[in-house]
Design a protein around this ligand. Structure first.
Ligand SMILES: [Zn+2]
Length: 263
């Protein structure tokens, strides 16, 4: 899947940003900036539903739009940039990312996967306690969620928020981020009905693909513009390179733009 997706990116077939992608293994998307919409990655083969003999057939997936739908938050709206961490909470990486953020005296937005929240509610509590913001990243990182019936989308988002609030009663979850960046107008609308703004990004250094820390840092530095929303990962796999990139990456962003909380 990965090599195919990479190939698609390289050959320019991709149309929509993928960001943190498949299941626990995010997939590629081009580094992008506010002035150039993100490139995209194709649907990985394993993300397609595989009907079994025991289950009734699922309704067909709605088509992905050729362009990102309207209503997405893609910049901070101010000079300062914002950091977002996806696919956690993860006991191996989230505490270390939180340590780095604390040391740098900055806050970020954590896009949480419901099943991870269920396993690690203590980490959600720490995220909130340390002043970070929460974002719903679906129950189980379903790349196709935005293409499913509206009732299914709603049930998934509600279930995830419930789990977050089981960990932190009255937690604010002002954002939703669609796994893989595979947005549809429908998922944006459902998120809005549940009082969540749909959070996309402007800079994706593809840390999921485990480039070196230096490469992650360079990609962010090259693509960061005023108001950028930077996509990173604290879950979904070995995040040691992301972690190692953090101190200098954060210092550079602070120096060049300042880091703000998303509003
Ligand atoms: Zn993700």
């Amino acid at each position: 899947m990965r090599s195919r997706a990479l190939l698609a990116c390289v050959t320019g077939l991709a149309l929509l940003a993928a960001g943190c992608g498949g299941g626990n293994s995010p997939e590629p998307t081009a580094v992008s900036t506010p002035s150039s919409p993100p490139a995209s990655a194709p649907l990985p083969p394993e993300a397609a539903p595989s009907p079994t003999k025991t289950k009734p057939p699922k309704p067909p997936l709605r088509a992905l739009p050729a362009k990102l739908p309207g209503g997405l938050v893609r910049t901070t709206g101010v000079e300062q940039v914002a950091l977002t961490f996806d696919d956690g909470p993860d006991p191996a990486w989230t505490p270390k990312v939180l340590d780095r953020l604390k040391a740098a005296k900055v806050t970020a937005t954590f896009c949480l996967v419901g099943t991870q929240v269920r396993k690690h509610p203590d980490l959600v509590r720490r995220i909130v306690r340390e002043g970070h913001q929460l974002c719903n990243h679906s129950w189980n990182h379903d790349l196709d969620l935005a293409r499913r019936p509206v009732a299914e989308i709603r049930a998934d988002l509600v279930r995830t928020n419930k789990e977050i609030r089981r960990a932190v009663p009255d937690a604010e979850v002002p954002f939703y981020r669609q796994p893989g960046g595979r947005w549809t107008a429908e998922v944006v609308r459902v998120a809005k009905q549940l009082d969540m703004r749909s959070l996309h990004w402007t800079v994706d250094p593809q840390d999921w693909a485990k480039p070196t820390a230096i490469t992650i840092r360079k990609r962010v530095k090259r693509a960061a513009r005023p108001g950028a929303v930077v996509l990173l990962h604290d879950g979904g796999g070995d995040r040691s390179a992301t972690l190692a990139a953090c101190p200098k990456l954060i210092a550079a962003l602070k120096r060049d733009h300042g880091i703000t909380k998303l509003r």
